[in-house]
Design a protein around this ligand. Structure first.
Ligand code: 8X3
Length: 260
């Protein structure tokens, strides 16, 4: 069902983004990959082209930089239009947590990184790409990666949780604003997924990051990519507005059973 679709994934080089790229490519889609690490993207693109024969365009983009997101969006429009192609699916995946601190003791630089990536980067990509999708795609779809952290706050996660609640609200607003169009809008809300998420949150402290996934079986990036694939392969009249996915040992953003 993805044959001939053109799919843009942000944060494409690692973790959930990378797994989404794999399933989309295996499903026959062409890929536009954005990530901060250009080198990793080139290797990934070559592998996809050789192994799966799909078309892949890559661009080094820092989602915290408005000028870069704007310019990369303009380029995507130009490249696809020149070939008579449309952007069909936008997967706004890039996101990060920095720090685990009480709100009144938090690091303001950490806050900037979370707000700039998770909210402003997503907003910029939405602002510059969705008009182009609406104009040209027969069945446009925007999927954003929210989080169970966006459904209820947890201790010392206030700012991260706020950005993910914001993702959900932006997606809900977009769905309302485009209800008279063909656009479908979905927020995927994963719980605990083992990626380098916690390593980034704890500023590279691997031992502390490992503890987050100790004595439990977390989701893998591939589990979340399966959910993204499900949303992306529904018939055009079906809109999955939200999909929450957690490991079996998790009941909510803050209720987790350890004991494996
Ligand atoms: C990541 C989920 O619970 O580690 O979005 O914050 S959690």
């Amino acid at each position: 069902m993805l044959e001939g679709k053109n799919v843009l994934v942000t944060g494409a080089s690692r973790g959930i983004g990378r797994a989404v790229v794999q399933v989309m490519a295996e499903g026959g889609a062409n890929l536009i990959l954005w990530s901060r690490s250009g080198g990793e993207l080139t290797v990934l693109a070559e592998d996809l082209q050789v192994r799966l024969g799909c078309r892949v365009w890559t661009k080094q983009v820092d989602m915290q930089r408005h000028d870069q997101v704007k310019e990369a969006s303009r380029e995507v429009g130009e490249i696809l239009s020149a070939e008579g192609l449309s952007l069909d699916i936008l997967v706004n995946n890039a996101g990060l947590a920095r720090g685990l601190d009480a709100v009144h003791e938090g690091d303001v630089d950490d806050w900037d990184q979370m707000i700039d990536t998770n909210l402003k980067g997503l907003l910029w990509a939405t602002r510059y790409l969705v008009p182009f999708m609406l104009a040209d795609s027969p069945a446009p779809l925007v999927i954003a990666l929210g989080s169970t952290a966006g459904m209820a706050a947890y201790a010392k996660g206030g700012v991260y949780c706020a950005t993910k609640a914001g993702v959900r609200m932006v997606q809900d607003g977009l769905r309302i604003d485009t209800v008279n169009t063909r656009l479908r809008v979905c927020t995927i809300q994963p719980g605990l997924v083992e990626t380098d998420f916690s390593k980034v949150r704890f500023h590279g402290d691997e031992a502390r990051a490992k503890k987050v996934y100790e004595q439990l079986v977390p989701l893998s990036p591939g589990d979340v990519a399966d959910a993204v694939l499900y949303v992306a392969t529904r018939p055009e009249h079906v809109q999955i507005s939200e999909l929450t996915i957690m490991p079996a040992c998790q009941a909510s953003g803050s209720v987790v059973h350890r004991g494996v």
